[in-house]
Design a protein around this ligand. Structure first.
Ligand code: SF4
Length: 495
């Protein structure tokens, strides 16, 4: 290999997205709670871009403002922030729609409780039947709206109803509840999704889906909300008020580290950037003979994949020459859905083609290696075509995760029918379909090695043994999936 060049900017070419971000604020001094919540939502927009909302809870009730678009567009262009004098509690939400309509934008409110959710409840059908709930409430059909209806079906104070209801829910959840006096936050017993607590100096606390939101919210990292834990924050401080599922095994979503989370976050105690560098180091063991290495980031993780490619070059003892293979036009298609229009449910290829321009001198006559975190729906085929049409003589791919074959029932928006590796299980056939000269995915063992920092046994059970969910790779779901799973369709793979 000679004259290896690094290209840190290739277009985003896939469409998987997490199901949202949540924030919560309890503050009496610093600044209006809605402003603090907005800061968090802006920092977490990579987790959901279709709508953003904030509910504040004051003496005179709950005010909710929510609309489609990025948090900044919703609250700096379309609407004013909710404003209730004396409000000390705010709940915020960024949403990516996996189902439902704009009626399912969050937070929801029942008049006494403001409520936001990240995750997916797998037994909501059963709960709807048990509590005799309608199919929709004010146009909303989501599991989150139904969960609030379940809470409202019970008697007692807001706190009592929340605590009685939590053990009923199955699946993945990070809940944030706001009441007149208190902020509550709860994480499911398996800890599928991340949720952290930050401390505002000489003031209250915030909670957020990722640590990356804390600095802008004026808070410093305190700790995670533990799996199964429910906390209450009020004028007396922070306390744990329930601890469920101590005997449950952890099933932390490994895809949070691979893709969803920001590279500057610390997720499940693991610095995401360090994890992704380790992925790159391991991928470098499989480096083909190429001239140019180009990461394929989504906008939030470009820097991370730049480091990955740098690590590949370092291990290969090649001096990298940074080049860009593509110029992503940041001014195109930002009006409603922001800079990541390629994650729109429809028209991703068209959006990518419009938005990204190839820098031909970086590509023409070159053997190019694409480094990506995962292959979801197979839009890489389009990017390979673009590279070849601009004169690339070879296009190879190293993928920093195993083949993604199975639906997620815990909050990510991919169904198995949309997954390329599900549709084309054979790796060699997939390589041909994508038009690549070579294709390598990290094995289960290599991915876990990147997570743990040590080599592990080469068995799929290692995900569970180490407290992670890897079901979208392995097909081995850690919980009931609410009867939705079609076992014939699940691809259980040992690798
Ligand atoms: Fe995460 Fe995949 Fe498990 Fe869903 S199935 S929680 S995306 S690891």
């Amino acid at each position: 290999m000679a004259n290896l060049e690094l290209s840190p900017h290739c277009p985003e070419i896939k469409g998987v997205q997490d199901e949202c971000a949540v924030v919560g604020v309890f503050s009496t001094i610093s600044k209006p709670v809605a402003e603090i919540a907005l800061e968090g939502l802006i920092e977490l927009n990579h987790r959901g871009q279709e709508s953003s909302g904030i509910a504040i809870v004051g003496e005179n009730g709950i005010q909710v403002v929510k609309d489609s678009g990025l948090a900044e567009i919703v609250f700096k262009i379309k609407h004013n922030l909710p404003d209730t004098p004396g409000a000390s509690v705010a709940v915020g939400h960024d949403r990516y729609s996996t189902s439902g309509s704009l009626s399912d934008m969050q937070p929801f409110s029942d008049g006494n409780i403001a409520f936001a959710h990240n995750g997916n409840l797998t037994n909501i059908k059963q709960l709807k039947a048990r509590f005799n709930l309608p199919d929709e409430i004010d146009g909303a059909k989501s599991d989150t709206r139904m969960a609030l209806a379940v809470i409202n079906s019970l008697r007692g104070t807001e706190k009592e109803r929340i605590l009685q209801t939590l053990p009923l829910f199955e699946g993945s959840y990070c809940f944030v509840f706001g009441t007149k006096d208190s902020l509550y936050a709860s994480r499911d017993p398996r800890g599928f999704k991340p949720l952290v607590i930050g401390k505002i100096k000489d003031d209250g606390y915030v909670v957020a889906s990722e640590t990356a939101a804390l600095r802008s919210m004026g808070a410093s990292f305190l700790r995670e909300v533990e799996a199964g834990e429910t906390i209450q924050i009020d004028k007396y401080g922070l306390k744990t008020i329930a601890f469920a599922g101590k005997n449950e095994k952890l099933s932390r979503c490994i895809f949070e580290l691979v893709y969803f989370s920001r590279p500057d976050s610390v997720v499940f105690g693991i610095p995401v950037m360090e994890f992704r560098k380790r992925q790159g180091e391991i991928l470098a063991r499989h480096l083909p003979d190429v001239d140019v290495v180009s990461s394929v980031p989504r906008s939030g993780i470009g820097a991370a994949l730049g480091v990955v490619t740098a690590e590949i070059a370092r291990i290969s003892r090649i001096t990298p020459i940074p080049v860009e293979a593509f110029y992503p036009n940041p001014y195109r298609n930002v009006a409603e859905n922001g800079p990541r229009t390629f994650i729109l449910p429809n028209g991703r290829d068209k959006a990518a083609t419009q938005k990204y321009s190839v820098i031909e001198t970086s590509v023409k006559g070159k053997r190019i290696l694409l480094v990506d975190d995962s292959i979801v729906r197979g839009s890489m085929r389009r990017i390979v075509q673009i590279l070849r049409s601009h004169g690339a003589i070879e296009v190879h791919a190293l993928i920093a995760s195993p083949s993604l074959r199975n639906s997620c029932y815990y909050g990510a928006d991919f169904g198995d029918g949309e997954l390329l590796a599900h549709e084309i299980p054979d790796l060699e056939e997939r390589r041909r379909y994508l038009g690549l000269d070579s294709l390598y995915h990290l094995s289960y063992a290599e991915l876990l090695e990147a997570v743990l920092g040590n080599p592990v046994e080469n068995v799929a059970e290692s995900f569970e043994k180490n407290g992670f969910c890897g079901a979208c790779f392995t097909g081995k779901y850690p919980t009931s999936t609410g009867g939705e799973i079609n076992k014939k369709e699940v691809q259980i793979c040992e690798k």
